[in-house]
Design a protein around this ligand. Sequence first.
Ligand code: PLP
Length: 329
Amino acid sequence: MQQNSAPPDASRLRILCSDAAHFSVEKSALQLGLGTAAVERVATDAGALSADLLARRTAELRHNGFEPIAVVATAGTTDFGAIDPLAAVARIAAQERMWLHVDAAYGGALLMSPRYRHRLDGLAQADSITLDFHKAFFQPISCGAFLLRDAERFRLIRMNADYLNSVENEAEGRPDLVTQSILTTRRFDALKLWVSLQTIGADGFAGMVDRLIALAEHAAARLAANPRFALLHRPRLSSLVFRYIPTNPATDANAINAALPRRLFGRGEAVLGHTVVDGRAHLKFTLINPCTEVSDIERLITLIANAGLVEEAAIRSQIHVSAPSLSAA
Ligand SMILES: *Cc1c(COP(=O)(O)O)cnc(C)c1O
């Protein structure tokens, strides 16, 4: 079958997403041969894509001779768990005749919860969706899916090889993964998900997802009540971004927050998440194990607070040690 590569004027094509979207948007643009310059990141409003700014940027791009072809909305950003306003983004995508892809790698698991699934309203308008089952569906890595609203479009990646998935095999209805995937040789990743769905059931998954969200709310309340911590946001999924606040405001909080995950990891005490927000080091919980108990979180918070005090003392002693040598020089 004849396949087309990028047209000569592909440099005019643009893909819009929020500035909190995953870096895989750029990676995908690279793989498409468009280059990372094809990705236009739009500012977020409280962590989620601003529909107004999206509409404005799309109009600007057209005005400047570019061709906005797709928008990637995120359902559950990697740091804050923010969910873009999917219904509003879908309306803009439809008006502007852009492909709507929803990156639901993390937040897609809310679909399993009758209690929280409304947070994904608008998802059904997507032309394509990514879902990671190795995140809040609790499967071992790796297990992810790319879904198309119009399954017929999978023919675009269809290739037949006589030695693997011959047309005759297909005609006889013999299933294979070669025809269903960008990879050729791949494991039957769907098997574990299928077994989990059969044994745990939709209700079981709903309970685990709800439990993660409740756990994040408990953790948020504990952090908010502790003067050693500042929480950056209310939890939206199961991730929390926060900072350790030194007892002495003159202490370099950035150095402490950058050092804490390394200290806890180095001592074999905890693998603490970290990220950078507005150029400053932050700490992060990504709660993704439904067996975690509130008491585990409380112990971890105490551990981090104590390690913070130790780190503060270490920084103070460094200052004392270096001060005399400075004056000696
Ligand atoms: C984890 C994640 C990805 C990447 O998924 P992998 O399957 O780990 O490659 C993409 N987008 C979001 C929002 C994610 O959280």
